[in-house]
Design a protein around this ligand. Structure first.
Ligand SMILES: [Zn+2]
Length: 248
């Protein structure tokens, strides 16, 4: 996997500006998984997708992600950080991503598959159904019978409590889909669980880095009259040397 270049950053910002988080995730995934088809990217389980995006982040901006938070108990400003290389090492990419999983719910065997970006796209703009709509899409059978045999999947009723059971089982089956880590206050010792979502995190970093690229292009174009394309073709080292000339 290659890191995102300055021109990649600007292109991603162009194409992702008006997209919802799922669209941005798929845009980033195309960079993290070169040669993949649109269908394969949309069908990849969320945890697998996010593992690739975490690797893309580590290649581009480094393996340490930091956060600012304030302690809920004493109000102290905390600097927390997460080692992304360790997160990936703890969850190796193994097994068939399309495999079915089974959970026991009130004596019934419920089989389900891992949710993908395609599921999130299909449910976009329908927040009211939430967990229930989500579970309907990923449940493939209950005691060997398809719940969607007679009715469209989006309308097939699920037995009570299945949606909640699925939500809990997904955390086990696809651990990277929701990443939680502990933040401990150095001042009072209070600890709290924090979630890490790679998509908005990486997107904010791309925005910040993209703005820096634009400032550099602006500074060099104003002085030398070069085009954006010409400036972005310079190596990082050479661009830095010219920027020092401009600033001196
Ligand atoms: Zn504290």
């Amino acid at each position: 996997m290659r890191p995102l270049s300055p021109s990649d950053l600007l292109e991603l910002l162009d194409r992702g500006h008006d997209l919802a988080p799922v669209g941005r995730a798929l845009l980033l995934l195309a960079r993290a998984w070169p040669g993949s088809s649109v269908e394969a990217r949309e069908a990849l389980p969320i945890g697998r997708r996010d593992a690739l995006l975490i690797a893309l982040r580590a290649h581009t901006f480094g393996a340490r992600a930091s956060f600012a938070a304030s302690c809920a108990a004493c109000g102290e400003q905390l600097e927390a950080s997460l080692d992304l290389a360790q997160v990936l090492a703890e969850h190796p990419d193994e097994g068939d991503p399309g495999a079915e999983h089974i959970l026991e719910h009130e004596g019934a065997a419920v089989t389900f598959r891992l949710p993908s970006s395609a599921d999130l796209l299909a449910l976009e703009g329908r927040p009211e159904g939430g967990a229930e709509d989500f579970a309907r899409r990923v449940v493939t059978s209950i005691d060997g019978r398809s719940p969607a045999a007679e009715t469209p999947p989006s309308e097939a009723p699920l037995p009570g409590g299945v949606a909640q059971a699925i939500a809990a089982a997904l955390e086990q089956a696809d651990p990277l889909a929701v990443i939680r880590f502990e933040v401990v206050c150095g001042d009072c010792g209070e600890s709290r669980r924090q979630t890490f979502d790679i998509v908005p995190y990486l997107w904010r970093e791309i925005e910040t880095a993209g703005e820096r690229v634009v400032r550099e292009v602006h500074a060099l174009a104003s002085v030398y009259g070069w085009t954006e394309r010409e400036i972005l073709r310079l190596s990082a080292a050479r661009r830095a040397m010219y920027l020092r000339q401009v600033a001196s």
